[in-house]
Write a protein that binds this ligand. Structure first.
Ligand code: ATP
Ligand code: MG
Length: 609
């Protein structure tokens, strides 16, 4: 089979930017391949572990101790750990000492309720300070924290609580009434429901207790019990992009990777004002939206509101954000309005911008450099990996459109693929690593990094099937260039095979996005009797463009000029593309709708605005 090697390179060459954004001239950023190799060679996970304290008296390793208690006991006690903006813009700040106290209260509350080691505590909350106290207090108590995205409906909530065996749930009176009360009878194991925002003396609905009633009745001091680094700490459900969400199990040792990867891939340091726009309901919003900024002693900025372009720019400016971690969909939405709104702001505090969750179109990287004054650093990881694995990091030249290179301590490889599109595993259990650059294979990682998931909840078979020949198989297809940069091609499920060519939807989407009328594109393979599949694109437009036949023809011709045989044969306009709530284009849903097939699990589908 031929491969679509040219499309990705054409994308880069065709943009206004050079194929590489060099950091060579930047202060403190000695950017070249040698430094990358040297950094990797110098790195070891045991050194990274030594940067953390461990529990006093050699009693193990606990995420919450590293994130708050060790700072609260030292010179950073008075530093702002958490700065929360509510929807109206009002600010609540908690210092490290205060966050340590609030999370200690929650840990004591759990203890008073009889919720113990390994038991699951779920949250279903907006991004309010109590969410952070709940997460950290749960970890202090050596219980397991599992965050739910508050926009879920009752069924996805019930399913996750059931699967995770939730013993306690922290939510708000409104969310309880609308989303939990209707399913409560189905959840006999859910012993305790705490309501944030209810007055301490409010009896509330039967079977609930006001959060404050329990947290104010206990002491703001809590000694973390011995914690084995292998104790289960976090339960995260995947985004459900390819089907039913899976529950990934993470342990306390993961904090070593949260800490180290944030330093390398996000350039995070003490003193930063760090804004991660992901909700803690997704792994990004916990690993980097709670844990990593706190382990570094930074100020974690939290905004309770959802995306709104003007508000986000204002927040970046007024809060003097120094490191910003966001997602391609948000950046594409900002890009719709050009560079003007960003340039009207004083973003001089901003030092580093990074993105994750979906392929980052080169066009967006280039736009970032112009609009924000900083290129966007793409990085790649998954719920299962628990932390960033591949990235364009601070001291490294950026290749727009590339995910970057493996982080220190991470060994990645591409594996030869079989007929089903996934890594080919011989009957003896062997796989073949692709050494030559430019060939695509299934992206695989050498197990052993601290934040690797330790299992899929209640699904050991699936977990076992994620490993072969000594590698963890990611389910993503990528290729590597001569300099070791990895380029995302597609999820294995999304690969298109058209007339003997292998087409990654991302390449086609990125080319379409270079047309000034296109805001976002989703590309699928549509079955075709002659070609096997043809490439079909669903396109949303930027403001001021009409979805008419002339534009459609123009886009088809534009695609053909740029992509030749890989170009979309069919293009249709859509007012919105379906996204998961974590911000990913749901190509499988576009395809199911196209083929008139059942939509499958859509529990994580975002509501159409
Ligand atoms: P599910 O596993 O339930 O289908 P999901 O894979 O979308 O959902 P997540 O773990 O949230 O759940 O997302 C990880 C996936 O997101 C990666 O496997 C990859 O497909 C995609 N992804 C993340 N970052 C990037 C990136 N920088 N470039 C390209 N793809 C990315
Ligand atoms: Mg996945």
């Amino acid at each position: 089979m031929n491969r679509a090697t040219t499309a990705g390179n054409a994308t880069i060459a065709g943009t206004a930017a050079a194929a590489t954004i060099s950091k060579a001239g930047e202060a403190g950023a000695p950017a070249n391949l040698t430094d990358y190799e040297r950094t990797r060679a110098r790195f070891s996970w045991s050194d990274a572990r030594a940067l953390l304290d461990g529990l006093p008296g050699g009693r193990g390793l606990n995420i919450a101790h590293e994130a708050v208690d060790r700072h609260a006991a030292g010179p950073r006690a008075g530093t702002v750990a958490l700065r929360c903006l509510d929807r109206a813009g009002a600010v609540t700040e908690l210092t490290y000492a205060e966050l340590a106290a609030e999370s200690a209260r929650f840990a004591n509350a759990l203890r008073a309720l009889g919720v113990g080691r390994g038991e699951r505590v779920f949250s279903l909350l907006g991004r309010v300070p109590e969410l952070y106290a709940t997460a950290l207090g749960t970890l202090k108590n050596t219980s397991v924290f599992s965050p739910l995205f508050p926009a879920f409906g009752p069924e996805p909530i019930a399913e996750r609580l059931r699967l995770g065996g939730g013993r306690a749930l922290v939510t708000s009176p409104e969310l309880y009434e609308r989303k939990v009360a209707p399913i409560r009878a189905e959840l006999p194991d859910l012993a305790h429901v705490l309501l944030v925002g209810a007055a301490p003396d409010d009896p509330g609905p039967a079977g609930t207790i006001p959060y404050r009633a329990v947290t104010e009745a206990v002491a703001p001091l809590f000694e973390i019990p011995p914690t084995d680094p292998e104790d289960m700490a976090l339960l995260h459900f995947t985004s459900g992009t390819t089907g039913r969400p899976k529950g990934a199990v993470h342990v306390h040792e993961a904090v070593v990777a949260h800490h180290a990867t944030a330093a390398y891939a996000l350039d995070l340091r003490a003193g930063d004002v760090f804004w991660c726009t992901a909700d803690p309901g997704w792994v990004t919003g916990t690993s980097y939206g709670i844990v990593a900024p706190l382990t570094h002693g930074a100020t974690l900025l939290v905004d309770a509101a959802e995306f709104e372009a003007a508000r986000w720019y204002r927040t970046l400016e007024e809060q003097r954000v120094t490191v910003w971690y966001t997602a391609p969909t948000a950046l594409r939405m900002l890009m719709r309005h050009g560079t003007g709104p960003a340039r009207a702001r004083d973003l001089s505090a901003l030092r580093f911008v990074a993105s994750v969750g979906e392929p980052l179109n080169p066009e967006v990287v280039v736009w970032g450099a112009e609009a924000l004054g900083r290129p966007v650093h793409d990085n790649w990881w998954q719920t299962e990996t628990g932390a960033i694995m591949i990235g364009n990091f601070a001291a490294m030249d950026i290749r727009p459109g590339s995910m970057g290179r493996p982080l220190p301590g991470i060994e990645a490889a591409l594996l030869e693929r079989g007929a089903d599109g996934r890594a080919l595993v011989t009957p003896g259990g062997h796989v073949r690593v692709i050494d030559e650059p430019g060939r695509d294979g299934e992206l695989a990682l050498a197990p052993g990094w601290p934040s690797m998931f330790r299992g899929y909840l209640d699904d050991p078979g699936r977990y076992a099937a994620s490993f072969a020949g000594g590698w963890y198989l990611t389910g993503d297809i990528a290729r590597r260039d001569e300099d070791g940069y990895y380029w995302f091609v597609a999820r294995a499920d999304d690969v298109i095979e058209s007339a003997g060519h292998l087409v990654g939807p991302f390449e086609v989407e990125s080319v379409l996005m270079e047309h000034p009328a296109v805001a976002e594109a989703g590309v699928i393979g549509k079955p075709d009797p002659i070609a096997g599949e043809i490439v079909k694109a669903f396109v949303t437009l930027r403001p001021g463009h009409r979805p008419d036949e002339a534009l459609r023809r123009e886009l088809v011709a534009f695609g053909r000029r740029r992509l030749a045989s890989l170009a979309p044969k069919e293009i249709v306009f859509e007012p919105h593309l379906p996204h998961t709530r974590s911000g990913k284009v749901m190509r499988r849903l576009l395809k199911a709708r196209e083929l008139g097939l059942p939509e499958g699990d859509v529990s994580t589908l975002e509501e159409t605005p």
